[in-house]
Ligand binder design. Structure first.
Ligand SMILES: Cc1cc2nc3c(=O)[nH]c(=O)nc-3n(C[C@H](O)[C@H](O)[C@H](O)COP(=O)(O)O)c2cc1C
Length: 155
């Protein structure tokens, strides 16, 4: 079976989104799922080569000033033209840990990702305030679902 690659790109200032994304990656690295490489990078570390490597992408960010974090926006700014025309449509999922409902961050990401093109294949996860255990469970399940779908060739 072909090896598949999952790229996780996130920003976290005070650690909440990092905890959510740790859970996503834990789910994606479930020992039952083989033939999958998971690359988990901060938005500052990630670049165009990571997108060209990926078969699916999970994005994580706080909401800052009603928008995605500047770091995630910078990742998009740094990669868009570099990958334009070189990527097949990739499955994608979004995780947002915000102070309120996260809708501004979600809207801002959705305005951009279609151009890559990244296609959302799972319901977004939005966590308000401190992540609770059920939030981490949802994140683990999201990571596992994307990983299992990739392995099964769903997309
Ligand atoms: C500069 C700044 C602006 C923020 N603006 C918003 C906002 O517009 N809406 C919101 O819901 N939360 C806002 N927050 C709160 C963060 O989204 C929230 O605390 C989040 O859980 C932090 O995630 P992190 O711990 O991964 O950095 C803001 C936080 C900072 C530091």
């Amino acid at each position: 079976m072909d090896m598949k690659n999952l790229l996780v790109v996130y920003h976290s200032k005070t650690g909440r989104n990092a905890r959510l994304i740790d859970a996503v990656c834990e789910g994606a690295r479930d020992p039952e799922i083989t033939n999958l490489d998971v690359r988990c990078l901060t938005a500052k570390q990630a670049g165009p080569d990571d997108l060209l490597w990926a078969n699916a992408v999970i994005l994580g960010t706080p909401e800052n000033f009603g928008f995605m974090s500047g770091a995630l926006k910078d990742f998009f700014d740094r990669t868009f033209y570099e990958v334009e025309g070189k990527m097949n449509p990739l499955p994608c999922a979004i995780v947002i840990g915000a102070g309120n409902d996260g809708s501004g961050a979600l809207r801002s990401i959705r305005r951009i990702i279609g151009g890559y093109p990244l296609m959302e294949v799972q319901q977004e996860i939005i966590v308000r305030g401190e992540p609770q255990e059920d939030d981490l469970t949802r994140c683990r399940e999201l990571g596992m679902t994307i990983a299992a779908g990739l392995e099964a060739g769903m997309w």
